[in-house]
Write a protein that binds this ligand. Structure first.
Ligand code: BES
Ligand code: ZN
Length: 635
């Protein structure tokens, strides 16, 4: 391991590294608390408008989950023990809960205590106020989840690839952890955890923790996560999954009939890890695995520590969509080590991660590849800015968001991701890559296992990089990027020779050339996406049919290409593609692909009727996250 000695490390980072070096302790009876000695716990956290909890008074330092998985009733049933650091001799512990059924709550040695569950607030759930004593060391909550718990998706065997076994996965980000574990559901609160999960023996349980690679005969799985994590990173999946190693410290879990294919797709995982470490320091979590979930997973990927959850729609068969792995891996630094303190600071997680992802992709796949992704990213960002501005939501184009009282999901747009990336690129350009890389490396190591907020980041940037240099500050304009609308005037203009070639072909096609005569040799997914986006609102139905004949878009196996193609088909009511689109909408639950299709469909009477009909069929396969969004569109 090589660390940059100059910079020094916080106590926590050193402790954590010690754990990694000495091997982690698996004793769940006497859980050690890495953060007992952590000075950040004594620092006040910013008020989190999306949590009822009171971590500045009393903080959860460790969690032990003991849950049985009941596929019949679609519930988790058992208990959670929370170890407390009662800093202010508080008599009440406030926890976040939603849709939970609390049975009883005990203090330390088993005496039951009183609690009050407040009324439900939309999105936020119910404040659980537990009576504790200043001397209380831990509380144990006995509870059940609800079959409708929003974080959990329970799948029937026929909704899996193998078709024989049921499947369960969780999705806790942003504020859904509270629907399966009563907790301080605020990203600024970090705790270690351990767990015991009981399920049927033909299934394996995996968590965002140290995992086994094979099934246990008794169906009992024990987990430890010895490094402090935020509640939104609590994750569980249970299914018929096999493991295949992909290198020194990485591998993939997938259903048995898919694991080979997934392993082939993710061949570059170890080089991604090595490249990431070369950029911004040692990977802090030991093992890095990816589990490929059934297609109803509502996101592309989720950076659960040690175990990224991923959609099968990135298994394109040509490795063209693996940037998503680089992205989730990058979160092992930006997000999982240095964590947005509240959801208003979400860009600190995602903007940094897109920037980091881009740097990994450049190293592993080369500059032309990276340039295409970056230029596509700018296209998406401009589109999002235009839409939000048109809708009268220009405030939502600021990096720092005001999400108080709103669903934090509202912040899940290209702004946090792409505007965040281009802000960091702007700094990189102004100070030079070498300086910026040293800055980021120090930022990740000094702030590891701590929350970060926008104001503290600004100060950190100034203290370590800008140092009051007015010329530099004027060149970068941090305030305009963070607190201003749209794209500041100094935004980079991405260049890509590869995509310039695509532009020539778009021109030729618009000038009357037949699709089959276009020069598209060696085009990759990114060329095609740029091509399809460049033709938006320019082509007529005949041209669409010509394109389909020449390139077979309707029957493409690539989910990204299909999603862009179907948008053309909807705009021109190109009915030849509708059966294929119906198949897509009923087999894929990734929200990013559903919204851009259901939205334009809902704009015409016929489209809306068709979409409602398809949605009824598709609904059982969608996760609550996707259902909520689509029902909002179709209502
Ligand atoms: N952490 C996000 C997913 C997320 C964010 C879930 C907020 C819930 C609330 C994850 O890292 C992510 O950004 N996934 C993207 C893929 C990425 C390549 C842009 C996705 O799911 O599409
Ligand atoms: Zn992300």
């Amino acid at each position: 391991m090589h660390f940059n000695r100059k910079f020094g490390f916080s106590t926590v980072a050193v402790l954590v590294l010690l754990f990694i070096i000495t091997g982690c302790n698996n004793n769940t009876e006497n859980p050690k608390t890495v953060n007992e000695t952590d000075e950040h716990i004594t620092t006040e956290l910013a008020k989190d408008a999306h949590s009822f909890s009171n971590p500045n008074d009393v903080a959860v330092t460790h969690m032990h989950l003991d849950l049985a998985v009941d596929f019949e009733q679609r519930i988790l049933h058992g208990s959670v023990r929370l170890d407390l650091d009662n800093k202010k001799d508080s008599k009440t512990l406030h926890l976040d809960t939603r849709q939970l059924h609390i049975e009883k709550i005990e203090l330390d040695n088993g005496e039951e205590t009183k609690y009050a569950l407040a009324n439900d607030v939309e999105y936020f759930g119910q404040d659980l106020a537990i009576e504790i004593l200043p001397t209380t060391k831990y509380v144990t909550i006995y509870y059940k989840t609800d079959p409708a718990a929003e974080a959990l998706q329970w799948l029937l065997p026929e909704q899996t690839s193998g078709g024989e076994h049921p499947f369960l996965f969780s999705q806790s980000q942003a504020i859904l952890a509270r629907t399966w574990v009563p907790c301080q559901d605020s990203p600024g609160v970090k705790f270690t955890y351990s767990a015991r999960i009981t399920t049927s023996p033909e299934l394996i349980a995996l968590m965002s923790a140290q995992n086994g690679t094979t099934k246990n005969e008794n169906g009992v799985y024990e987990f430890t996560m010895d490094q402090p994590v935020s509640s939104y990173l609590l994750a569980l999946t249970v299914g018929d999954l096999n493991f295949q190693s992909l290198g020194r410290n990485c591998g993939v879990y997938a259903e048995p009939n898919m694991v080979e294919k997934c392993a082939w797709e993710f061949t570059d995982m170890q080089s991604m890890i090595d490249s990431a470490e070369a950029l911004y320091g040692k990977y802090a979590w030991g093992q890095y695995d990816v589990v490929v979930l059934p297609p109803s997973f509502p996101f592309g990927g989720m950076e659960n520590p040690r175990l990224t959850f991923a959609t099968p729609t990135i298994i394109a068969g040509d490795r063209s969509l693996v940037a998503l792995i680089a992205h989730e891996l990058a979160h092992s630094w930006s997000g999982n080590l240095v964590t947005n303190e509240t959801w208003n600071d979400f860009w600190l997680n995602e903007g940094f991660t897109v920037y980091f992802e881009q740097r990994i992709m450049e190293k592993v796949f080369g500059t032309p590849y990276e340039e295409m992704e970056t230029k596509l990213g700018m296209g998406g960002l401009k589109h999002t800015i235009a839409r939000l501005t048109e809708e009268g939501n220009a405030d939502d184009t600021h990096l720092y968001l005001e999400l108080d009282g709103r669903n934090p999901d509202d912040g899940l747009t290209d702004i946090a991701y792409e505007k965040g990336r281009f802000f960091l690129q702007t700094i990189e350009k102004a100070v030079g890559r070498e300086k910026f890389d040293a800055f980021l490396k120090q930022y990740f190591s000094e702030n590891a296992f701590k929350p970060m907020n926008t104001a503290r980041f600004e100060k950190y940037l100034d203290d370590h990089l800008l140092k009051g240099d007015t010329a530099l500050i004027n060149a970068i304009q941090p305030k305009a990027w963070i607190y201003g609308p749209g794209l500041p005037a100094n935004a980079p203009v991405p260049q890509s020779i590869e995509l310039d070639k695509v532009e020539e072909q778009i021109e030729a096609f618009m000038g009357g050339k037949k699709a089959s005569e276009l020069t598209t040799d060696n085009w990759t997914t990114h060329h095609w996406l740029y091509f399809l986006r460049g033709l938006k609102s320019k082509v007529d139905t005949e041209q669409l049919a010509d394109l389909d004949d020449a390139f077979g878009f309707t029957t493409s196996g690539n989910s990204e290409i299909l999603c862009d193609w179907f948008q053309h088909c909807i705009a021109l009511e190109y009915k030849a593609a509708y059966p294929s689109m119906e198949k897509f909408l009923t087999s894929v639950g990734r929200r990013k692909f559903l919204t851009p299709l259901y939205e334009p469909l809902a704009e015409t009477e016929d489209g809306l009727a068709w979409a409602r009909n398809v949605y009824e069929k598709a609904k059982p396969g969608y996760h609550a996250v996707s259902k909520n969004t689509i029902e909002g569109i179709l209502k």
